[in-house]
Design a protein around this ligand. Structure first.
Ligand SMILES: Cc1cc2nc3c(=O)[nH]c(=O)nc-3n(C[C@H](O)[C@H](O)[C@H](O)COP(=O)(O)OP(=O)(O)OC[C@H]3O[C@@H](n4cnc5c(N)ncnc54)[C@H](O)[C@@H]3O)c2cc1C
Length: 465
């Protein structure tokens, strides 16, 4: 018998049969993802319910040097959660909120708790967990921390890494590391929890996390404004962040608005005419006094200085949600338009207009009539730079140019001092580009750490390197 077959026999005989399955029908949803880009295969799916069960699984896999892939909500965009013949461990059943403390402003969630459920639990406690992504109904806390997810509130609250005190994890030898605490100060050597954040499951399986909660704002004002160019939107950002109330600042091109309002049911632009660019923003206030006046004042300043062409302030919760839906549906709205080559890049905020201009010019010169659609988190310099195929072009022919397109985009990113992965991670998708572009000392330190913790390379073995 092969080592994989021996491992499967050991897992099936030593674990409760409720937590494993090799029924291909039950496995199917775990082996495809919403974009249809990644497809997986596995001989066995494991759905442990406790940290001890995760540890038991990893000990068996470690003893046989058998590789294992970890999956949370299966919303990752770089292919890391999709097994290619490895055993698949889903955290879906690690879904309890173990504790929530108002005074400590902290909450301990198991890894498989969805982001939406974590937000709701914080809300029930009278506090806020500010991580916010369009995938929040499905993505999990473990996945969010392993990818160091960003989302729309990074400019005020930081990325997932900034929203956690510590984690509990099962290490590649099956040992349980307990970094759960709610201490705001703890200088007792290396911060080992941090090592696991953004590690994409290559150094340990996060089983629970102690999350940082924040006071709920008394009032949030949501605005959609229209701008002539990314440079004008940036000038508006400089006005909008005065007073430190800004918690979201998202850029949408008119092509994106056209796709969303055409391809997603019940979506309408709040403006009667189209504009080249739009910005969706939130201002949060700790008091309910003076918020409206503050917003109107900043919008008039931006308008008088010519940075915005029009603006609407959401007058109700449902209007605020309708404005957000225009941004949240941007990814889904690109699907019917054909193949898209996607990038998740970050540059210094000041360089976003230059990046968009240079990338659009270079790509249109290389692939005439391609349709660049740059959108996303202007407030923190993170742009999702998607390029749609020219109308009528064969999708496969367009996708065959992916590497050339990537090199054009990433060369510009490098020249502007940016990063080729802002918030989605490296996974499978970007590992060649990382190898090509990474600082050599960083690459060698990362390999040293991986080898020290996982000498047999059993955890998420195909990722990053
Ligand atoms: C519509 C849409 C919008 C999105 N918007 C954003 C956005 O604004 N910002 C953003 O950052 N991302 C965004 N994403 C990407 C995705 O939602 C995030 O990367 C999310 O953090 C992944 O969480 P998940 O639970 O789905 O993880 P999965 O997809 O299951 O896994 C992602 C990676 O983490 C590893 N992993 C998962 N759980 C664990 C664990 N417990 N321990 C160790 N490793 C683990 C997996 O092996 C894999 O490598 C979006 C995705 C979609 C589909």
């Amino acid at each position: 018998m092969t080592s994989m077959q021996n491992t499967i026999v050991a897992l099936k005989t030593q674990l409760d049969e409720k937590i494993w399955s090799d029924d291909q029908e039950r496995l199917a949803p775990f082996l495809q993802e919403w974009r249809g880009r990644w497809h997986g295969n596995t001989p066995l799916l494991l759905r442990p319910r406790t940290t001890l069960e995760v540890a038991a699984i990893i000990k068996i896999c470690a003893a046989h040097k058998t590789p294992i892939t970890v999956q949370g909500g299966n919303t990752g965009l770089v292919g890391g959660q999709m097994p290619q013949g490895e055993i698949l461990l889903s955290t879906q059943n690690l879904n309890h909120i173990r504790a929530a403390h108002f005074d400590d402003m902290s909450m301990v969630c198991e890894a498989g708790v969805t982001l939406q459920n974590a937000q709701n639990a914080a809300d029930n406690l009278g506090l806020k967990f500010p991580l916010s992504l369009a995938s929040q109904g499905s993505c999990t806390i473990g996945g969010n921390l392993s990818t160091n997810a960003g989302g729309v509130h990074v400019l005020k609250y930081g990325t997932a890494k900034d929203l956690v005190f510590g984690v509990e994890a099962v290490l590649p030898n099956g040992e349980i590391f307990n970094g759960l605490s709610s201490l705001r100060k703890d200088n007792t050597g290396y911060d080992l929890s941090k090592l696991l954040l953004g590690a994409e499951g290559t150094l340990g399986i996060i089983t629970a996390a102690s999350l940082k909660l924040f006071p709920k704002p008394k009032e949030t004002i949501r605005v959609m404004a229209a701008a002539a160019s990314p440079a004008q939107a940036l000038a508006f950002l400089n006005i909008a962040r005065v007073g430190n109330h800004l918690s979201m600042f998202e850029l949408i091109p008119d092509l994106g608005m056209e796709y969303v309002t055409t391809h997603i049911p019940n979506m309408r632009s709040p403006f009667s005419t189209s504009h080249p660019w739009y910005v969706l923003l939130d201002w949060e206030f700790d008091t309910d006094n003076g918020a409206a006046g503050f917003a109107e004042n900043l919008l008039s300043q931006a308008s008088e200085q010519g940075h915005i062409q029009d603006a609407v302030i959401a007058a109700s919760q449902s209007q605020a949600e309708a404005l957000s839906a225009l941004r949240e549906n941007l990814s889904a709205a690109q699907k019917p338009v054909g193949a898209t080559i996607k990038h998740d890049i970050t540059v210094p905020i000041s360089q976003v207009p230059t990046f968009i201009k240079q990338a659009n010019t270079a790509l249109l010169a290389n692939i005439p009539h391609c349709r660049p659609l740059p959108f996303g988190h202007l407030g923190d310099g993170n742009i999702h730079y998607n390029i749609g195929q020219p109308e009528g072009m064969d999708s496969a022919k367009f996708m065959s140019q992916e590497e050339t397109v990537n090199n054009i985009v990433y060369d510009i990113v490098d020249a502007l001092g940016g990063s080729i992965s802002a918030e989605h991670g490296i996974g499978i998708l970007k590992k060649d580009q990382l190898a090509k572009r990474s600082d050599t000392a960083k690459a060698s330190m990362m390999k040293t750490i991986k080898t020290a913790l996982d000498p047999d390379g059993i955890l998420n073995p195909r990722l990053i390197f």
